[in-house]
Design a protein around this ligand. Structure first.
Ligand SMILES: O=C(O)CCC(=O)C(=O)O
Length: 291
């Protein structure tokens, strides 16, 4: 009997991204990356995760696993983001290691990949789920550990719900990645801060060039760490969920968890790897975190 890994290798899914578009505009979209049934399974997993976050009632960390919990206008807990849910949630862990990611990313960054981002965003209607204009490159610290960002890193976002202008879609400035690091002001957290035209003007860009990402559930967006992007208020009546996984050519990154070796999935090891949580070893938790 053939193993599922052999099946994956022998029977590719025929997935591909528009690479020319990715390199020229800094992003690409893959329609129908996951099926409706797969998205439904992820929704159930996300509902469990969300319920755990509200039960904590405040931000909570255990090693790399982190629940960002705010309060809404009525003082009720609001889960805005969970980082590294895959240590804890098997469905999400399976998705991040799905052979379709390896197949899609191979022509862009090869088959030996680490993962530096694994997170879910919930953008509640009307509330503070905005992301100010930013480049992801500014969060790759220290720079010596994250090398060759333009050619070796790809961020992916999987739409779990309708993701469009109404529901506070991501907004991209096409081509903005070509200038590399724009030294954008990152003194404030991008999450929870509104996009302002001034932030774009300061780096020679204009909001009139922005496009809204439009995704159906199951569609996947890919973007460059240098692409200037943000997202605005959710004016729809549904919570907008987005599952983000960021991959990197392993030889260009000293941090992160292995995801694929030679295109085959790599499970978590016994100890979590150092990614962005500088206190991972000294203060792994579990503990609550005050903003
Ligand atoms: O989920 C969103 O609306 C924006 C995500 C984003 O900007 C990011 O992860 O860098």
């Amino acid at each position: 009997m053939r193993s599922s890994q052999q099946l994956r290798r022998d029977e590719p899914h025929g997935l591909s991204a528009d690479l020319a578009h990715y390199w020229r505009d800094g992003y690409a979209v893959v329609r129908g990356f996951l099926s409706a049934a797969e998205i439904e399974e992820i929704r159930v997993a996300l509902d469990q995760l969300y319920a755990e976050g509200t039960a904590h009632g405040r931000s909570f960390r255990h090693a790399n696993l982190f629940y960002n919990v705010a309060r809404d206008g009525e003082g009720e807990p609001l889960v805005r983001m969970v980082q590294w849910p895959s240590y804890h949630q098997p469905v999400l862990n399976r998705v991040r290691l799905d052979a379709r990611f390896a197949e899609l990313l191979e022509p862009l960054i090869g088959g030996d990949l680490k993962q530096i981002i694994n997170q879910v965003h919930w953008k509640a209607p009307g509330s503070l789920g905005d992301f100010a204009w930013h480049q992801d490159s500014r969060s790759r610290r220290p720079p010596s550990a994250y090398r060759n960002l333009a050619a070796a890193y790809v961020q992916t976002g999987l739409a779990i719900d309708a993701h469009n202008a109404q529901s506070g879609a991501m907004r991209f400035i096409p081509g903005s990645h070509l200038a590399g690091d724009l030294d954008m002001d990152c003194s404030k957290h991008a999450l929870g801060a509104a996009m302002t035209d001034g932030a774009l003007k300061a780096v020679g860009l204009s909001a009139s060039d922005a496009i809204d990402l439009a995704l159906e559930p199951g569609d996947l967006a890919l973007w460059s760490p240098y692409l200037v992007h943000g997202s605005g208020q959710n004016r729809s009546s549904h919570r907008r969920r987005f599952y983000i996984n960021g991959y990197v050519r392993a030889s260009d990154c000293d941090r992160g968890e292995w995801a694929f070796r030679d295109g085959k999935p790599v499970s978590f090891g016994p100890e979590p790897a150092l990614v962005h949580n500088e206190e991972l070893r000294e203060r792994p938790g579990p503990h609550y975190v005050d903003d």
